[in-house]
Design a protein around this ligand. Sequence first.
Ligand code: GLN
Length: 546
Amino acid sequence: MARFIFITGGVVSSLGKGLTSAALGALLQARGYSVRLRKLDPYLNVDPGTMSPFEHGEVFVTDDGAETDLDLGHYERFTGVAARKTDSISSGRVYQNVLDKERRGDYLGKTIQVIPHVTNEIKDFISIGEDEVDFMLCEIGGTVGDIEALPFFEAIRQFSQDKPRGQCIFMHLTLIPYLAASGELKTKPTQHSVKELRAIGIAPDVLVCRAEHEIPQGERDKIALFCNVRKEAVIPAYDLASIYEAPLAFHAVGLDQAVLDAFSIAPAPRPDLRVWRDVFDRVENPEGEVRVAVVGKYTQLEDAYKSIREALTHGGIANRVKVHAEWIDAEVFEKGTPSVALEGFHAILVPGGFGERGTEGKMKAAQYARERQIPYLGICLGMQMAVIEAARNLAGIEKAGSEEFESEGTKKFDHIVYHMKEWTEGNRTIKRTAHDDKGGTMRLGAYDATLKAGSKIEEIYGTPSISERHRHRYEVDISYRDKLEACGLTFSALSPDGKLPEIVEIEDHPWFIGVQFHPELKSKPFDAHPLFDGFVKAAVEQSRLV
Ligand code: GLN
């Protein structure tokens, strides 16, 4: 049966709980344990699928088709364990499940209450698959004291009581602010945060303290004393140049040891950190640099394209170069020509996106890459844009466009990209209408594709068939295949039934690839996705030309 580590946060949000959890998962794996990481989010959306990337950052999609929090991306990138639908839950989903059960009459006439019905639902979720791993790490979103998070805190408190003694521990992340005026680190907010936790019955076993300045031993001892935590369990967490240093940095300050001690695991197995040393060495000592332009819409928020950012870094790690990615708002091309903004980049990436705004600019970026022979990677909407651009400018279909950019009843485009209303998932037929709910109704999760023999993409993957994660409503229309292939845009991968274009490429180009799925979601620092490895390699070659 698994041991459980509950990770909570206090003082402020955005302290890096997700990253800390992911790094701890990696450290436990390095000691030979199996792990699974889970996120419990207090917001009321049923899942983050309908939230704007501006609000919530990227939506991370699992193989089994769940739209989840971006922290699951961190978990996967650090542990290599593919996340599942059952690794992410929100208050919205918890309440939806409870209310569905109430309507079905499952509660046998009882009054439905937060305790026990909501908390039981949360506890059931936490224990899913508990026999499969050595450690289950459950991160609670938000900060202690948030109104919505209370049922989650209550549930983990109860959970630890339900289990035999010593099977659950609590790890709390806080901030130790530095007051420049007095030149001091302040521990009081941490003391208050722990007090708040203890008031709801949770005593942390390990405290991770984020700080911009070194926390002297004396201050750590003080935190231990006031917060009722062992001295060795007060773990400092400083800012790092690269997130991929986190496992090594946390190990150096004793995080994994403190966790194993809290479980009374002795002697602890020795860690094997060679993979992380190699990753960090490659990040620290690049042998060159390439510049990649990412032409998108949600460019203001760092987290909106989190996985793409990371996958580019992984491509750099694989090729021993630093990838300098610059985010450019596609709308800037709609007025002027892209050449000014795109001059000097060694590769261009157009990521996924929704809605018409910025799409003409994305097409201009694709055209620029195609005509100037600059490596291009189009992801999801980025592939659709490349296809529409080729249809307009190579195949002469002037009104080529996507059904996504038309309001109902108006037809301004020839639908090179159309709204798919029926498709097969295994042996099920899925049907959709334009009036369906927006949440969870896309082609979501892992689907297979068959690669064309002898294509560039087959060489990149080195296998004839692949499985990749999808998240989209619209598809390139296969009936335009002959026309587009005649102009040099090859449909080099299709769904196994041959109906849905999955990858396009231009043969007569150093590296021009569009994919209908999201390869960035499966890339790891220690195992870069072949497309990002190949894309960065092509950028390195381009950098030698200019
Ligand atoms: N908006 C497009 C679609 O729904 C592309 C989605 C995406 O880029 N993830 O098909």
